[in-house]
Structures are given as structure tokens and as C-alpha cells.
Design a protein around this ligand. Structure first.
Ligand code: AQP
Length: 326
């Protein structure tokens, strides 16, 4: 059995980009692998968070994990800050990373744009992500395309330690889906859909009601040509919507293009509204059933115990190989 690890930041409600890029894979992988899914709260404080909101979002993300189909009987679900090995390993890896490689991370460049000085955590965040993955001897990391560079960095750090210190880490592989790997913002198809973007109509959250889903899709940016054709360069808006359509319906982009030939954007968008509303309905129902229960907290407590036991073994090996302690 391969070991799978991934996480989501509790920075707001999960949107269809997170779902199609990452969570859908989480569910697919859990039958044939040992899966560990984390709510990465330590990552979320790289930017200021309201403590009460953060706690709420941690439980929201945990409930959404289960609502989309992650089964705690099959997969470990836990909160990152409950396992101290993440922060501990992160420091050891920081001492084996270089400022040059960190400065090349495009997410750091984007998030620190326009600032004279950025929070150091924003800069070292990819090392914490590497620690998350390496702590569990993970073979596979299902993520969206935006994390490709961070996975590469994680592999580089693991290989570096293996070669310069001692063979310590499993070198993981990223896993990216074709259809949902990068869902773009509905109001601006040049940037990715994001939880923390100001405009709520830039995204569809998994908990949006039918009215909000309709509004966001109907006002999504397209172009003046009016032809439903997949061309991300020339027609990024409609291509993004076609991607969403394809990922939810399972229909290929070619088939979508053929079936909407001669029809307008209005018809296409109306159908997409129905498809997304239908996909979100069971998720919302499941979420409401689990969110306020004690069971949810018990699952996280048990998950942290299971994850902690694996992490402890890795940390013992890491400390031994690095000569830490006595
Ligand atoms: N737009 C996207 N399309 C496909 N996949 C995406 N992911 C994020 N955005 C898209 C994938 O979702 C997983 C969880 O992401 P995250 O919570 O760790 O952080 P993020 O990538 O920074 O996501 P957001 O939504 O943009 O959050 P904020 O606004 O807080 O920065 C990852 O696997 C990611 O690839």
C-alpha cells in the first residue's frame, strides 16, 4: 500500500477549485492507499487570522472533508498543530534549505507583491509543507497545479538530505488531475480561484446556496465572441467554465464543444448552474449532518493520535540520522 498525504488550509470555505484540484483525488485514493489528510492550520497563520474564525474554519474544513466522502474509517483526518513533529521537522529542513530556492517560489512572489518586507513565515512556508509530506514517508501527494513548484522543492530537500546526511526520507511524487488541476477565478480568469479573494463571486464555495451559485456563474467573465470553444489562451473565461463543466459532468471538452455548437453563453451557463447545484447539494447535506457533532471532534482527536504515532517514528529516525539528542 502506498502512503498518501495532503492538506487544505483553514483560510475560508473550500471552493470548487480546492475540490476539483485536490479533494476529489483524496476520495479516489482512499480505497487503495493509506491516506493521511490534514487541516494545515499552521500554514494559515502565515497571514493574519482572527483566532475565533480560524477555529471555526478548522472544524468547517474537517466537516467538509467528510462531506465530500473522505471516510475516517479508511483515512486519517487530523489538525496539523496537534502533531508537534510538523514544526520540529520544519526547523531541521529549514537548516537544509537555501534562500535562493525559496525566493524562486512564485506563490511567495505573488503573496508578498508590493510589500517592502514580508512575514518570514510566508517565505519559509514551502519548507513547512515539505515537512508535512516527509514526516509521513509519503509516496503520493494529491494537489492542484499551483503546488507543483512546492512539491519539486520538497523532493529537492529530501534528495539533498538523503545524499548529504543519510538516507532518511521517502522522495514523494505529486499527483495532479487533468480536468480540475487549475480552476481560475470566475471574475478574472487570469488568476486562480482562491478562498481569500475579496470578491465572493470570484469563487463557488462548497457551501454556497443555489442562488449564490447561479449568480456567480451567470455573471462569470467570458468574451464578446459568443462561441463555446476551448481555447485557454484566447478565451480564458469560457475555457475555465468548460473545464468546470467537464470536471463535474465527466464529459470531455470536445463533447461539450460539439453539443453546444450554435448555442450561446447564456444556455451554457444555465446548464452549468444546474450541474454545479446538483453536485453541491449532497455535500451541503452531509456537512450539516456532521458539523455540529461531538463525533467530528472525536475523529480529529483519534486522527491526531494515529498521525502522531507515525510522525514520532519518523522524528526518531531523523534525530538519529542528524545526531540530535543523546
Ligand atoms: N484554483 C484552484 N484550482 C485547483 N486546485 C486548487 N487548489 C487551490 N486552489 C486551486 C488546491 O487545493 C488544495 C488546498 O489549497 P490550500 O488551502 O492549501 O491553499 P491554496 O492553494 O493557497 O488555496 P486557496 O484557495 O487559494 O487559499 P488562500 O486563498 O488561502 O490562499 C491544494 O492542493 C491546492 O493545490
Amino acid at each position: 500500500m502506498k502512503r498518501v498525504f495532503s492538506g487544505v488550509q483553514p483560510t475560508g470555505n473550500i471552493h470548487i477549485g480546492n475540490y476539483l484540484g485536490a479533494l476529489k483525488q483524496f476520495v479516489e485514493l482512499q480505497d487503495e492507499n493509506q491516506c493521511i489528510y490534514c487541516i494545515v492550520d499552521l500554514h494559515s497563520i502565515t497571514v493574519p487570522q482572527d483566532p475565533r474564525e480560524l477555529r471555526k474554519h478548522i472544524l468547517d474544513v474537517a466537516a467538509l472533508y467528510m462531506a465530500v466522502g473522505i471516510d475516517p474509517e479508511k483515512s486519517i483526518i487530523f489538525v496539523q498543530s496537534d502533531v508537534s513533529g510538523h514544526a520540529e521537522l520544519s526547523w531541521i529542513l529549514t537548516c537544509n534549505s537555501y534562500t535562493g530556492e525559496l525566493s524562486r517560489m512564485t506563490q511567495f512572489k505573488d503573496k508578498s507583491k508590493g510589500r517592502e518586507s514580508a512575514p518570514a513565515g510566508l517565505f519559509t512556508y514551502p519548507i513547512l509543507m515539505a515537512a508535512d509530506i516527509l514526516l509521513y514517508d509519503s509516496d503520493i501527494v494529491p494537489v492542484g497545479n499551483d503546488q507543483k513548484q512546492h512539491i519539486e522543492l520538497c523532493r529537492d530537500i529530501a534528495i539533498r538530505v538523503n545524499n548529504t546526511v543519510k538516507k532518511t526520507f521517502v522522495v514523494p511524487e505529486g499527483r495532479f488531475l487533468k480536468a480540475g488541476a487549475r480552476i481560475m477565478a470566475l471574475d478574472d480568469p487570469s488568476s486562480k480561484m482562491s478562498k481569500s479573494a475579496e470578491n465572493i463571486h470570484s469563487r463557488i464555495s462548497l457551501l454556497d446556496d443555489d442562488g449564490k451559485i447561479k449568480k456567480s456563474i451567470m455573471r462569470a467573465t467570458t468574451d464578446s465572441e459568443g462561441e463555446i470553444r476551448f481555447d485557454p489562451e484566447a478565451k480564458p473565461g469560457i475555457s475555465n467554465l468548460m473545464n468546470i463543466y467537464s470536471a463535474f459532468s465527466g464529459e470531455s471538452l470536445e463533447d461539450i464543444q460539439t453539443s453546444y455548437s450554435g448555442k450561446g453563453y447564456g444556455d451554457f451557463k444555465k446548464d452549468l448552474v444546474g450541474i454545479v447545484q446538483e453536485a453541491m447539494a449532497p455535500i451541503k447535506k452531509n456537512f450539516n449532518e456532521i458539523r455540529e457533532t461531538q463525533e467530528l471532534k472525536d475523529i480529529l482527536t483519534l486522527g491526531a493520535e494515529k498521525a502522531g504515532a507515525i510522525a514520532e517514528k519518523t522524528m526518531k529516525r531523523v534525530k538519529e540520522n542528524f545526531g540530535l539528542g543523546f
